[in-house]
Structure formats: structure tokens, C-alpha cells
Design a protein around this ligand. Sequence first.
Ligand SMILES: [Fe+2]
Length: 294
Amino acid sequence: MTDYPIDMSVAPIVTPFFDPATHTISYVVRDPGSTACAVVDSVMDIDYAAGRITYDHADAIIAHIREHGLTLEWIIETHVHADHLSAAPYIQAALGGRIGIGDGIMVVQDTFGKIFNEGTEFQRDGSQFDALFKDGDVYHVGTMPVVALHTPGHTPACMTHVMGDAAFVGDTLFMPDGGSARADFPGGDAGVLYDSIQKVLSLPDATRLFMCHDYGPNGREIRWETTVAEERAHNIHVGGGKTRAEFVAFRTARDATLAVPQLIIPSLQVNMRAGVMPTDKDGRPMLKVPVNGL
Ligand SMILES: [Fe+2]
């Protein structure tokens, strides 16, 4: 990874916020050299059956940032999540900051714009976001450089954000005993996911890896932090030198058995709009269900 300005001597302060409803971990990441911070993968609470949204999870993040006197510079989405709704615009309204995602968002918007039969008013150019990252782009949180690495396979827009000795991998990897995320969503590809995982595992051994999800396999407590060395040695799907062909065969067979995520229908409609609810012709927040359309 010598092409990228990765500085293992910079150790950002990472505060996790676990959402038990969706098993998502959101993070506040603070530049050790200033009061600047970023939020990675926030969650908006939804009771889908009731059509009701609330913001307890995001409010805890906002309170933390205010209590510590931090300046929010970036609100990062590692990808277009299919299992929870982003609270990025709610946090931005409270604290400022720019909302960023990988430029693969345009592929996702095109795919799901068709599935949800969105009209021409739905832009498919990523313009709902404040910044679109390309592979290898460098941006800053305060004084800390961040490298955005394109790590597709789970979805086309997936990126891993490397901040000093910490990397936020989204759904590219799970904890070693959790393996990897599914690769069967539209635009997903198990072989491409394997290549992206190898890219993450080529970071320095001691890199701290922060997961977007943990489901506590086999009844263990929820965990979200591991290292490149741990994943390379012990990840049950790719560790110990598993080949690309082995991974693709395993991942494809496993994905065929997985149920559709409970919140995929609201999540995609909201997250492909950078966390903004779609509206009906009268401007009221309104979600669609494409019957037999997914
Ligand atoms: Fe995901």
C-alpha cells in the first residue's frame, strides 16, 4: 500500500455507537491532532411496520460530539446500506459537516432508480451527496489525512476509509468469526469482494479494523474491532490463505440461502438519496414497495 499516504503513527480516537436493532456500529472518529471529527455510518431509527422514524441513535452521537467540543467535518457512508437507514442529514442539520460516499453511488442509483421506478426528478449523478470519492482519494479530518479505498463486491459503492492506523471497512469484512458480507445484491460480486478484501488485508498488520456490523456469532458478545493480522490469520471466509475460487464457491452457495434484509426496501430508497426520505406529489415523506420487484 505504499502508493497511499498511510501514517500508522496517527491514532485517531474512535468511539463506537452500537445499534442493537440493526446490529450496526456507527463511529465518531476524532483527529488526535485537533478537535475535528468524522461520523461513519450513522443510523436513523425506524419502526417500519408503523411507518415511524425517530433519532435516538443519532441524538447520542450528536450529544457525544457536543459534550467533547468537537467539530464535525465529515459524515461518511461506507456504502448504500440495505439493512438500516442513514441519519446523515439529521446529524448534518445539527452539527454541519459534509456527507461523502464512493462514486459507485451512481451505479447504485441507476439500478435502484429503475427498481423503484423513480421519475426523472431523481438524480442518478450522486448530487444528493456533498462529496463523491474515487479510489485513492485523500481528504482530511482536521490535520489527519484519510485515504478512501474502493472496495466493491458487497455493493458497487463500497469504500474503506483509512484514517491513520484505523480503517473503517464497511461491510467488506466482518469480525474473524463472522467472515464476510453477502455479495448477491444487484451489482455485488463474490470474486470482486475477495479482491477488495485482499486490498484491505494488504494494509499494515497492526491496522485497527472497525466493522460496520456484528451479529455476535455463536452467542459471543458484540465486538467491532480487530486487526489486519487477525483477519488474515483467522477470518473464517478468507483467512489462512483461502483462494479466490474457494471463497467464490463458498460465498455464492451461502448467499443463495440468505433471506432478504428486513429493512432493504426503506433503506435503499432513503440511503440512495443520502439519507433523505422520498416524498409524494404533495411533498410528504412517503416510501414505496415494488411488489415482486426486488
Ligand atoms: Fe451493507
